[in-house]
Design a protein around this ligand. Structure first.
Ligand code: A3P
Length: 317
């Protein structure tokens, strides 16, 4: 393991002051628009540093996603695949010891981690496995131009993503501060939410994955739910760690099931990011849960924008 280096300092205050700003529906925070996407100030600053200074290394694996599209699941799967077949590590199941977000840190959210990571980006052994919610356009050039850095992107049906986001945000608010769903739908359709707009986020990775399928694996949460075995085998192959036998694959599937992760002590009581209980990452994991919450006019609004944004892309969500 290399020596720990401190994060580089980049002063972007002048640039930030000139950016468009808006109130966010969540937590009375403000969102800044940079390079066409919205984020809170802390995330924005970290994103700028990441873009300006990050140097990819051969074999880096970047997991990417918009919020609430199956990130935690994908992190757990990749951690388990990397561990699979390694008999020494097999005995200590990493996911029992810590939440998947601990092992695969989200780069631009490093400042929110409540527990010091034993391995940050600068000290992580190769192959480095890390994650971002940032859109493709602001990824560092050294990732985009690298021939041996891989990206796995996961997305999800926008209506389920939105409902999951709404619950996640509300789980951090007091009851009297709950955001009305109508308001959240409105903002989501306009793209004004953390890491929004959602559709541009998805489409950029989608287009890039079509151009470079050997470099970017594009996944859908729904496919993972429908045929978990097939999708996990696909991820393992993409990572260059194909399963030698069915048994190893089954072990990964079981380790990463929602029921199991949800009931692990570390996820029932722990908190990997400040102000977020680990339990908030594991809710129902149902495809079509939006039907339990959305009024017909909300459904219509979202279907309309989804059709408009995705038309001609060949992508269905
Ligand atoms: P719901 O809120 O619809 O239940 P993210 O990890 O990107 O924040 O996404 C969270 C969503 O993924 C939540 O969806 C959560 O329940 C679901 N999820 C988390 N772990 C999962 C797992 N192991 N299997 C399936 N779904 C999972």
């Amino acid at each position: 393991m290399c020596e720990k280096k401190s994060s580089p300092i980049v002063n972007n205050n002048e640039e930030i002051e000139k950016l468009p700003k808006t109130d966010h529906f969540w937590n009375n925070s403000q969102l800044y628009q940079w390079e066409g996407f919205w984020s809170t100030l802390i995330i924005l600053k970290a994103a700028m540093v990441f873009k300006a200074t990050f140097k990819s290394e051969p074999n880096d694996v970047l997991l990417a996603s918009s919020m609430k599209t199956g990130t935690t699941w994908l992190k757990a799967i990749c951690v388990s695949i990397m561990q699979a077949g390694n008999k020494e590590e097999e005995e200590e199941d990493l996911l029992v010891k810590d939440n998947p977000h601990f092992y695969v840190p989200t780069i631009e959210a490093m400042d929110y981690y409540s527990k010091p990571l034993t391995h940050d980006l600068y000290t992580m052994p190769s192959p480095r496995l890390f994650h971002t919610h940032l859109p493709y356009r602001v990824l560092p050039d050294s990732i985009k131009n690298s021939n041996n850095c891989k990206i796995i992107y996961i997305t999800r049906n926008p209506k389920d993503t939105l409902i999951s986001m709404w619950h996640f945000m509300n789980s951090r608010n007091r009851l009297e501060d709950l955001s009305p769903l109508e308001e959240v739908v409105e903002h989501f359709c306009k793209g004004v939410h953390q890491y929004g707009p959602f559709f541009e986020h998805v489409l950029e990775y989608w287009e890039e994955s079509k151009k470079e399928p050997q470099k970017i694996l594009f996944l859908k949460y729904e496919d993972l739910k429908i045929d978990t075995k097939k999708e996990v085998a696909k991820i393992a192959l993409f990572l260059g760690k194909p399963f030698g036998n069915e048994e190893d694959l089954e072990i990964v599937l079981n380790k990463c099931s929602l029921e199991r992760l949800k009931n692990l002590e570390v996820n029932k009581s722990g908190s990997i990011l400040s102000n977020i209980h680990n339990s908030a990452y594991f809710r129902k994991g149902i495809v079509g849960d939006w039907k339990n919450y959305m009024k017909p006019e909300m459904e219509e609004q979202l279907d309309k924008i989804t059709k408009l944004k995705l038309q001609g892309s060949g992508l269905e969500l």
